[in-house]
Design a protein around this ligand. Structure first.
Ligand SMILES: [Zn+2]
Length: 438
């Protein structure tokens, strides 16, 4: 967009200079008109030079009526405005404390003793706003500020952890979450990164009105060198109707696995699967632990680690309250010691769905979920299993995918790590690519 704008501007300037040579008054007038146009500074579609903007945020107890009343508009009129605007925006019930609003006052040459606003603008979020214009006839409408996405590139070398590397470069921590939780959650343990591990990412930043930075929007492709392994990730839409996107590697293998690593988002691995476990409670006798325990506070949501059907949701002996899910002919998973279940037998659940909450029912010394992983009727260690790939790319899409990633991979490969990548306090080396991908 910006690049296009620049080209248009250059062409326009050249054209203009050519016209200027005949120096007629007509052209001069044009030039003035053009200048005035340029100097018009718009906000919410209103010229800042023609209005006085009074900005504030909604305070506790504020209603549309109260705000207008504070600004010299009387009640019959307020009622009339609200009535006419109500199809667009029910202002009486929907003002939220803390949200910004603006009142527009026409710029008057004479000092009016009582000044009245002519427009009320309420900003619902960074992008959307409502305008209620009551200058002459009453108009109400909602608008969305134009959004642009700017593609960027970032690289980094790990010294201690990813957050620190990003921070030293002035890059958003969202990149760390995206890489750790979305892209490499199944292939890299971000708590065990090695000094010297390094990455490259191609991502998009979101801007509102071309100026307000609204954060990292999306990671298109990434490359991570971890322990000497090179891990590529390319985002690809596998179902444009349902809007399903996934990350695949250079061979079109899904980076996601059919199973989540853990059934809780934030939990500490407190006891691993161990067939030779001896514990004091049982007089140091061997008491195999066929589950994997994740300690988390009572009430922490427990997620289904894969799609499947609930085959048990009950309470029994040492297991306490538990849920068991059958995923396919090979795999089932079980979640013990819940404070309560959130699903019923026979229910179909999807990966990440909440199926219950951490508790202390059954035999347990503290709040945790005991996660049991069944393969062909036997309990195995999920951490030692090579877990099946989440939906593999279809054969018909594979060719298209490989075609799609070819130039992206080439770009990724041509991004070089800078020497400064391993130095601290280095400013961002983000290379603006000035492409509008909207
Ligand atoms: Zn356990």
């Amino acid at each position: 967009m910006r690049l296009k704008g620049l080209i248009v501007l250059v062409i326009f300037t050249v054209f203009f200079m050519a016209c200027k040579e005949d120096n007629s008054a007509e052209n001069y007038k044009h030039e003035i008109a053009e200048k005035e146009q340029e100097e018009k500074i718009l906000e919410f579609g209103f010229d800042l030079k023609k209005f006085e903007f009074k900005r504030d945020t909604v305070r506790k107890g504020d209603t549309f009526g109260i705000i207008l009343e504070r600004n010299n508009i009387g009640y019959p009129e307020i009622f009339h405005i609200a009535e006419k605007a109500k199809d667009t925006f029910d202002i009486a019930t929907r003002l939220q404390v803390g949200k910004p609003y603006a009142l527009l006052f026409p710029k008057a040459n004479v000092k009016d003793s009582i000044r009245k606003p002519t427009t009320f603008i309420y900003q619902q979020n960074l992008e959307d706003y409502v305008v209620i214009d009551f200058k002459d006839s009453i108009q109400a409408y909602t608008r969305t500020k134009p959004i642009t996405y700017v593609e960027k590139i970032a690289t980094g070398v790990i010294e201690n952890n990813i957050s620190e590397t990003l921070e030293n470069k002035g890059l958003s921590q969202v990149l760390a979450y995206k890489m750790a939780d979305d892209i490499y959650a199944w292939t890299i343990d971000f708590r065990r990164l090695q000094p010297g591990d390094r990455f490259k990412v191609i991502y998009t930043d979101k801007y509102i009105n071309d100026t307000i930075y609204a954060g990292v929007h999306n990671v298109k492709a990434a490359y991570f060198e971890h322990n000497g392994d090179s891990l590529y990730a390319f985002q690809f839409v596998t179902d444009s109707i349902k809007g399903i996107k996934d990350y695949f590697n250079e061979d079109a293998k899904n980076l996601r696995r059919a199973f989540l690593k853990m059934p809780v988002k934030f939990g500490r691995l407190s006891s691993r699967y161990n067939l030779k476990r001896r514990i004091a409670y049982y007089g140091y006798k061997v008491r195999p632990h066929k589950g994997t325990d994740f300690a988390a506070p009572v009430g922490t949501p427990i997620m289904a680690t894969a799609n499947g059907t609930v085959i048990e949701s009950t309470r029994r002996g040492g297991n306490g309250k538990y849920v068991k899910i059958r995923h396919n002919a090979t795999y089932s998973t079980q979640y013990l010691h819940m404070s309560r279940q959130a699903v019923k037998k026979g229910q179909y659940v999807k990966q990440g769905d909440i199926i219950g909450y951490v508790g202390m029912t059954g035999n347990t010394g503290g709040p945790h979920v005991c996660y049991r992983f069944w393969k062909n009727g036997r309990q195995v260690d999920p951490f030692r299993e090579k877990l099946p790939e989440a939906e593999p790319i279809s054969d018909s899409l594979k060719t298209r995918y490989l075609e799609h990633i070819k130039p992206i991979k080439e770009r990724l490969d041509n991004i070089f790590f800078l020497e400064t990548d391993s130095q601290k306090n280095e400013n961002t080396i983000t290379q603006d690519n000035i492409t509008d991908i909207q």
